[in-house]
Design a protein around this ligand. Structure first.
Ligand code: DQA
Length: 145
């Protein structure tokens, strides 16, 4: 069974109550439940992790090396700032799909820049919580070839 890490960065623990007009009313727990049920249907083993700390996200990416077949990563605001996360992904040799609930390209200019995008296999944004399912399917198609 392919093994997937779904990694969520800062402030995503507040989903559901955080700016629902931007991010929707689905909680991170709802998203985890949805991903676990999709994983069960499609034959994935899935780990789900959220952290507000850049170092913890870097550690999780390092630990995925040689262990996980793919990472779906919503790096939150670190997307737009973190060379360290970009370097971690470059070093991990695990394919990463970058994910955002909102369409970062339709928002403030500082959100248009992503340090994750150049080292990701692709980016999914703007589809709300459903994006996690799209990302899982995209990763699966890539792994299955
Ligand atoms: C986000 C977009 C980021 O710009 C923002 O800082 C977030 C959430 C998204 O899922 O739309 O925290 O990654």
């Amino acid at each position: 069974m392919p093994s997937l890490l779904i990694l969520n960065g800062p402030n995503l623990n507040l989903l559901g109550t955080r700016q629902p007009e931007v991010y929707g009313s689905t909680t991170l727990q709802d998203i985890e439940d949805m991903c676990r049920s999709h994983a069960a249907k499609t034959g994935w083993t899935v780990d789900f992790l959220q952290s507000n700390h850049e170092g913890a996200l870097i550690d999780a990416i390092h630990q995925a090396r040689g262990v996980k077949d793919g990472i779906i990563f919503n790096a939150g605001a670190y997307t737009h700032t973190s060379v360290a996360l970009m370097d971690a992904i470059s070093s991990a040799e695990v394919p990463v799909v970058e994910l955002h609930l909102s369409n970062i390209h339709a928002r403030e200019a500082f959100r248009h820049k992503s340090f994750i995008a150049p080292v990701a296999v692709g980016q999914i944004c703007g589809f709300g919580a459903h994006g996690y399912i799209l990302a899982m399917d995209a990763m699966r198609a890539r792994i299955d070839g």
